[in-house]
Ligand binder design. Structure first.
Ligand code: F6R
Length: 606
């Protein structure tokens, strides 16, 4: 999730690009760069670090040129560094490309180009694109780009300039947002509207497989097969602040909506065409996986809740015992670690102090560490043996949402990869197929925001709330409860539903809200009994169940249905209504949703 901006017109492009990138820095900030065309050809400046580093390097010197592209990066392939920063160039520095998204088939494309004599400077997936354009150039840059994008798999928003065609910027979009801003005698591209809002409010919202050719005084839009299309002009009436949030009121609700993409990006390049798990970015040797005797799953907060689900999946499919612990306890405990122990740490930021300390402890004792993190180049990813990234993009709201569902997806991939390598299961095709369907099922849930909004209005005044569930639903209940308490400040507890009668039931009184998760087919009847227990004490129950399990309607006050899904993957869906409910409850209570009191996004102290 990086930021793109592009300009063509009569003004100094570099200044407009830098100003646009400043508005996009919230999307990614590990490196930034610009490329402009001037009498020297394509001139590029790019640097690791915040945009200020790039600005300092430009200093007072004006980079001439009235056409250019810029990028602020959130690393996926390749560490944050000067060479990995965008724009990327072909060998003779004529073609420059900025890219958001992931080119899933970049490895075979890169191999093919290397065979043809192309030399690569960076570790990025993006660099294949300028080389491919160079390789297939037929004298017509538009046709060449069309040919090249037909070879790409994955998601991409592209900004392309070519010094042989210095009168145009080419933009292409597939599964990664991109808009064209329409000015007078000038035009813009941007991955996000805020980047260009100071210059125009008239934009084309490009659709998948759209290609735009921008000249100073015209914009031509076509499909990537060359067919001309007309797109309506969209007049932006948001202010800059709400535009940063994509028109949403808060980053949290924006990030909730980004979950289908976060899940898709995390899994799609790791499932090959034959439907096999193929995690190319880490090399978990079969021999090593077969010798693992136990796994410690260590993390904090939401990441810990993801780890609990990961534990169930690994134990079920890979048949390796997993001990899940919060890092702050683990690091001062007496763990049994040997060289056949694998530690899996889960951390969105990759900087959490307790998780990092746990990782170091495991390494001291010769265990290997697999890290599921969302930040390339973070301390945890660097110090681990196997850094596996969730490609959720920067998460800005303190309350984690898209990072959590992406963690669940990544942990499912790990469980299945291990299962296959250990020969622990015959066939994982059913769950792999279901994994691929998760993004659209989450999309489906997001169509029902109004129902959750209404329920939030019914419960937001409460002082206590309980979340109950069994099996995986219990772990989702823990996450739902944390989400609610951290942003709404309502006292909330998650309980294993079977434990209610061992104490907590005493707290259930007339009108006490209870969120009851009943998405596990094999535990459904048990769960209905638990719901009856709380109903009998006067609880106000909101049930969460799969569409086909309608029996629940008869005993609860409200019910939220999630699409059909196999039990093992239901946490990815079941958590979404809970996130939305928490959001609307906090909204009704007037809380500072994106920056809840007393909390920080990255906990780098013990
Ligand atoms: C809650 C939340 C926290 C984090 C926890 C670990 O919404 O975000 O509980 O999950 O602080 O942070 P990371 O994942 O960065 O290690």
């Amino acid at each position: 999730m990086c930021g793109i901006v592009g300009y063509i017109g009569n003004r100094n492009a570099a200044n407009i690009l830098i100003e646009g990138l400043e508005k996009l820095e919230y999307r990614g900030y590990d490196s930034a760069g610009i490329a402009v065309i001037n009498e020297n050809g394509v001139e590029v400046k790019k640097h690791k670090g915040r945009l200020s580093v790039l600005k300092d390097s430009l200093g007072e010197k004006v980079l001439e040129g009235t056409i250019g592209i810029g990028h602020t990066r959130w690393a996926t392939h390749g560490e944050p560094s000067d060479v990995n920063a965008h724009p990327h160039l072909n060998s003779n520095n004529a073609i420059a490309v900025v890219h958001n998204g992931i080119i899933e088939n970049y490895i075979p494309l890169k191999e093919e180009l290397i065979e043809k004599g192309y030399e690569f400077k960076s570790d990025t997936d993006t660099e294949v694109i300028p080389h491919l354009i160079d390789c297939y150039y037929n004298g017509n840059i538009i046709e060449t780009v069309q040919k090249v994008v037909s070879m790409l798999e994955g998601s991409y928003a592209l900004g392309i300039i070519d010094s042989n065609n210095p009168d145009m910027v080419i933009a292409v979009r597939k599964d990664s947002p991109l808009v064209v801003g329409i000015g007078e005698g000038e035009n813009f591209i941007a991955s996000d509207i805020p980047a260009i809002l100071n210059h125009t409010r008239k934009v084309y919202l490009l659709e998948n497989n759209d290609m735009a050719v921008l000249r100073a005084d015209s914009v031509e839009i076509m499909k990537t097969d060359g067919t001309k299309v007309n797109r309506e002009i969209f007049n932006v009436n948001w202010n800059v602040e709400s535009a940063e949030k994509g028109g949403y009121d808060h980053f949290m609700i924006k990030e909730i909506h980004e979950q289908p993409k976060a899940i898709k990006d995390t899994i799609s390049s790791r499932i090959n065409r034959m439907g096999q798990i193929d995690i190319k970015d880490i090399t978990l040797e079969k021999e090593y996986i077969r010798n693992i005797n136990k796994i410690y799953m260590v993390s904090c907060g939401t990441a810990y809740h993801a780890g609990l689900v990961g534990k169930v999946l690994i134990e079920k499919y890979a048949k390796i015992p997993v001990i899940a612990e919060v890092a702050s306890e683990f690091r001062y405990g007496n763990p049994f670690i040997d060289e056949n122990t694998l530690m899996i740490v889960v951390s969105q930021s990759g900087e959490t102090a307790d998780t990092l300390a746990a990782l170091r402890l495991a390494k001291e004792r010769k265990a290997k560490v697999l890290a599921v993190t969302n930040v390339v180049g973070s301390s945890i990813s660097r110090e681990s043996d196997y850094p596996l990234y969730t490609w959720a993009g920067p998460e800005i709201a303190v309350a984690s949402t898209k990072a959590y569902t992406a963690q669940l997806a990544a942990l499912a991939l790990i469980a299945l990869d291990m299962a296959v390598k250990r020969g622990a299961v015959e066939d994982v095709s059913e769950i792999v197929n279901e994994l691929k369907l998760l993004p659209e099922k989450v999309e489906e849930i997001l169509k029902h925001l109004d129902e959750m909004k209404k329920m939030a209005e019914e419960v937001y005044k409460t002082e206590d709330i309980f979340f109950i569930g069994r099996g995986l639903d219990y772990y989702v209940a823990m996450e739902g409860s944390l989400k609610l308490k951290e942003i709404s400040y309502i006292h909330s507890e998650a309980m294993a539903a079977g434990e209610l009668k061992h104490g907590t039931l005493a707290l259930i009184d007339k009108g006490t809200p209870v969120i009851a998760l009943a998405t596990q087919d094999k535990l459904y009847d048990k769960m209905l009994s638990n719901i009856k227990e709380v109903k009998a004490r006067g609880a106000y129950v909101i049930g969460v169940a799969k569409e086909s399990n309608r029996e629940i309607e008869k005993i609860v006050d409200r019910v939220i249905y999630i699409p059909e899904v196999m039990d093992e993957l239901s946490p990815v869906l079941a958590v979404v209504p809970l996130q939305i409910l928490a959001y609307y409850v906090a909204l009704n209570r007037g809380c500072d949703i994106d920056k809840p009191r007393n909390l920080a996004k990255s906990v780098t102290v013990e």
